[in-house]
Each structure stands twice: as C-alpha cells, then as structure tokens.
Design a protein around this ligand. Sequence first.
Ligand code: NAP
Ligand code: MG
Length: 408
Amino acid sequence: MAKIKVTNPIVEMDGDEMTRIIWAMIKEKLVTPYLDIDLKYYDLGVKHRDDTDDKVTTDAANAIKEYSVGVKCATITPDEDRVKEYSLKQAWKSPNGTIRSILDGTVFRKPITVKNIKPAVRSWKKPIIVGRHAYGDIYKSAEIVVTEPGKAEMIFTPASGKPETKVLVHEFKGPGVLMGIHNTEKSITSFARACINYALSEKCDLWFGAKDTISKKYDARFKAIFADEIAKHKAEFEAAGISYRYLLIDDAVAQIMKHEGGVLWAMKNYDGDVFSDMVAAGFGSLGMMTSVLVSPDGKFEFEAAHGTVKRHYYRHIKGEETSTNSVASIFAWTGAIAKRGELDKTPEVVEFAHMLEASVLECIENGIVTKDLVPLMDPQPKAYKNTADFIDSVAEKLAKKLQTALKK
Ligand code: NAP
Ligand code: MG
C-alpha cells in the first residue's frame, strides 16, 4: 500500500514512563506504516531535558510556532523525589507550563465518548469541552492574614505619574484575611481569541460564564472583552452555524447538567480548575480525555490529559503485564494529523485520522478495551486487553478499513 503524503511537518515531542512506551507503539504500528510524514522529533524525556538544561523544551515550543502543529507525549514534572530518582541537576519547570507560556495558549480538554460508556449525567450525549483561562486571579494573588483592627486599601499608582487611585477594601474591626488579585487585558483577550478559534475549528457553540452581577468591574471586564472579540467574528460564527452565549457562572453550571453537550464551556481560571475535574469525572476515565493547546494566532499542540501513568510503568519495568489505556494518546496523534491535513488542505490526511479514530471507537464499542474501562461499560466485557494487544487490535481494524477504502 502506498503511503499517504503529508505536506508539512508535525512537531513530535516524546515523553516519559508508561506513556513513552505507548508512544513508540502508536508511532510504529498506527502512524509511520501509513503516512509519509516529516516528524520534527524532540525528546522531552526528563533525562534529555536535564542533559540540555531544558533547552529542548524551548526548542520544541519554538518549532510548534514555526510549523503550527505539534503532538506531545506526557512528561514528568520533576519534584524532589524525581530529582533523586533520575539524578537530575534540578527540578525543571513543567514542560507544559513552558510551552504554554511560549505559545501564549489556552488548554481545551475534551472527553472521547463511546456508545457503551454512559456519562454519569444522563443528559450528556456529546462531549463537553472545557476551556480554562490559565492566567491570574487567585493563582497570582497577594494575600495578607490580618491579625488586628485596621484599614485595608487598594492603591493603583500609574507609571505615567498621574494621580493614584485608592479604594477602601475593608475596615477591619478584628482579625481577618485579605487578598488582591489581578488579570490583564492582553491575557483575557488571548483567552477569548483562543476560545473563538477552537469553537470555529470544532464547529461547536461557545459558552462563557462569569459573575458580572456581583463583580461589576472585574468579571464585567471579562464579559466585555469576550463580547468585543465575538463581535469581530460574527460572520464566521454564522457561517459555521454556531452561537455564542454569555451566562452567569451559576446559571452555566445548572444549564450544563441539563444539556446534551457538544459545547465549548469557557471559564475563568478558578471555575475552570474546579469544573474541568467535575466534567472529566462525569465522562469516566482519564484514559479517555484529550487536551489541545490553542494559541491566539492559531498554533495547535495535542496531547493526552493524563500523566505518565507511573504506577503502570513500575510494573512494566519489573516485567509484569500492564493494561494501560492508549486511547487519549492515539487521539492526540489523530488530532494533530487531522489538523495538519486541514491546514495543508489535504483531505486524504484528514480522512486517515478519522479512520484511525473510528478504528479505536469500534474496538471499544465491540468490547475490546483496557482494564480501566471495564467497570464503566454497559454491558461489561468479560476480559480485557493488555497494553500492546489493545494497540494491535486497533492496528488490525485500521488495516482492514484502509484496504476497504482502497478497493472503492
Ligand atoms: P497519571 O499518569 O495521570 O496517573 C494516575 C492514575 O490514573 C494511574 O495510576 C492510573 O490509575 C490512572 N490512569 C491515568 N492514565 C491512565 C491510562 N492512560 N490508562 C489507565 N489508567 C490511567 O498521574 P501520576 O501517575 O500520578 O503522574 C505521573 C507523572 O505524570 C508525574 O510525574 C506528573 O508530573 C506527570 N504528569 C504529566 C502530565 C502531562 O505531561 N500532561 C499531566 C499530569 C501529570 P491506576 O494506577 O489505579 O490504574
Ligand atoms: Mg482541578
């Protein structure tokens, strides 16, 4: 069978532990046999990050800027234990954090849904995608524990030398707590643009929820910036047949529990932190959650939302059998391949990505799954596949699909 030509490169970022093992299998069995593709390879495995003083992470992020599409394996964010375990020079920063700040991107998490795994919420029929603003608010706050009566004020001193602005926060009669938070016009605008790009790219409705009735300046500013950015894309939204809706955050929470899904739910930092975990748990397994980083200027980085599955890896290196779910990692690859094809205007590449996704879904819907999915399924299969056998089953289905497509 002739390989499908992919016009432009994809930036490939390798990673750590169990996901690194899975990564190699996916590439060898599901991707390179079928695609003639130039993969710009960066090894973000923790040892190589250490050897390069983490330069490889910056290089990879810059490569995504250059080529627009990347696919990343899960990586270790080192803590003190990892520094000892891998004899690292230091506890390097989170690679995802580094890449996110270079691309100025927003992370969208999307569950992969199948017929025989029912979400915990009965009305949910389609994926709910969560877009979390990842800058500021309580995550970059200044805090004071107040121990005695006194006056708390907020002062802004313009760099231009104009008069300062001062507001009273509270007259403390006794002990209490105090917090100052901020956000920037630039970051909120980037967030709004990334959400709009994602909604247009996936053709799904966009919701944004905040609390502007209470926070008449802070949250109201978020609402206004979203409205301004949406206004610039009105025609594109209409052409894509999608809509934008602003809701109060509590209303959004109530509405989502009655909704069928298929929406992008954009949230402020804290709301996104909390409700992304609720949505993920509601849809089932971490092994079925994908994630994509979208920059305001349309660069895309795809990955699985889970980590390196350390516990399974330790079993694997002891020679024990593992049953690790590779679905989210496979969908990271298909997301990147489909996006590449879309940007290059090569429908046969997009078609290949869809065939690979369909092969995975067919396996699961026929009861061919890894161990983590068994308790979530209805009906429950009697057996499960090990890590490698699941990928082989997908490869078999894919080969058949490609053969059939070729005959047509
Ligand atoms: P994890 O990799 O998310 O796994 C936690 C547990 O969730 C696993 O032990 C397993 O449960 C289950 N699980 C997650 N993914 C699974 C899959 N694909 N198939 C089957 N079960 C799955 O978190 P961790 O093991 O606590 O973290 C390991 C490393 O990942 C850390 O060093 C952390 O820094 C890194 N991390 C990286 C990223 C990223 O690169 N995006 C994200 C998060 C964490 P059972 O053991 O019960 O089967
Ligand atoms: Mg959270």
